[in-house]
Design a binder for this molecule. Structure first.
Ligand code: PNS
Length: 158
């Protein structure tokens, strides 16, 4: 079974990696795919985000890194993924995630979504909060892989 873990990953955090580690144990292949979204302003380019991912998941053997544009379910069909994986942190994630999961399943009944909880240590973590802390000079080394930490330091002139 191929599982697809989609997202913006701008940039990846240790919470994302924790979800990848969990999902990779449940499925034969995990495809992590970055959405190419021309309308959404991202801090890092697609290429940078792919490099961060590649540099941080060397310990997971059944994983592939890709990118996609367009409808998620079309892409899931294209790569033969039967499952979409999403991480759930707090209740606040639930409404948005539920809406996406139901819409995706309404569009494509053969694609289901499963939600995984990252380790409790990462409940408060998001790419946005990491960017904000880093932009004001806070230390994010506990929250992101070292390649991302270096890139954030560089981006914010440290
Ligand atoms: O990390 P994010 O930004 O929360 O990920 C959101 C993502 C990429 C999963 C979502 O925006 C998406 O699937 N976009 C592709 C377009 C699409 O299929 N939209 C309908 C989903 S209901």
């Amino acid at each position: 079974m191929i599982a697809l873990y989609p997202g913006s990953f701008d940039p990846i955090t240790n919470g994302h990696i924790n979800v990848m580690e969990r999902a990779s144990k449940l499925f034969d292949t995990l495809v992590v795919s970055i959405l190419i979204n021309q309308n959404k302003k991202s801090l890092f380019t697609l290429e940078e985000r792919m490099e961060f991912l590649k540099g941080a998941i060397g310990h997971i053997y059944n994983i592939r890194i890709e990118s996609f544009q367009g409808l998620l379910v079309d892409y899931a069909k294209e790569i033969n993924a039967g499952v979409i994986v999403r991480g759930l942190r707090a209740v606040s994630d639930f409404e948005y995630e539920m809406q996406m999961a139901l819409m995706n399943n309404a569009l494509e009944k053969d694609v289901d979504t499963i939600f995984l909880c990252a380790d409790g240590d990462f409940t408060f973590l998001s790419s946005s909060v990491v960017k904000e802390v880093a932009s004001f000079g806070g230390d994010v080394s506990k929250f992101v892989p070292s390649n991302v930490k270096l890139a954030l330091d560089k981006k914010f002139g440290r």
